[in-house]
Design a protein around this ligand. Sequence first.
Ligand code: MD6
Ligand code: FE
Length: 224
Amino acid sequence: MDDLFPETREQLVLSPGAVLLGGFARAEAQVLLQAVESISQKAPFRHYRTAGGGVMAAGMTACGPYGWVSDGQGYRYMQTDPLTGQPWPAMPALFADMAGRAARAAGYEGFVPQCGLVNRYAVGAGMGLHQDRDERTMQAPVVSVSLGLSALFLWGGALRGSPCRKVPLHHGDVVVWGGPSRCHFHGVAPIRAAPAVAGLDCRYNLTFRVVDRPFSGTGLHYPD
Ligand code: MD6
Ligand code: FE
């Protein structure tokens, strides 16, 4: 539906505080993907166990001071990669820069991410409805960048049972959610087989978060 009117996707408000920036990262997608490659050489993609005993369908790695991890103990942030025992690869300047510009375009000033989580979804992989709430501060927004194959993003509300909107996300799209939407439920429908996009037969998602720093920025439209 949204695809028929690309101009309306340039800034599509999903709910108060949540904005889809259609194609925002498209021009820099190739350099972002080169950085993903370099990160995954130092911190390889792995499939974490969930607290419930399952295995996550998306492969994950991270960059920056904090990485998000999951095992039998639950979900948390760690300053070292449990796979290598080393600090996570540094956050590439172009990641932090792009995330800051996207946040600003969505109405949030001063976003400086502490974690760049990198997810790889093969065809068939998805992510169930969840909230991002392992961060110690909920003041800063989450910035999420889609690369490669398209996905259907499930955008819910404050409650697990809230109605879900299905939002197509394409190569280069960015979603920013914060303020009143910061803890909204969301997920990713299983990725459908499709011709390669930008040479990729999978989908990458970069999510940027502030983990434990008091957020000194502002939501221009959503003051605390
Ligand atoms: C997405 N990702 O892939 C949305 N949340 O479009 C997420 O919601 C997400 O990738 C928590 C941890 C990793 C993620
Ligand atoms: Fe999430």
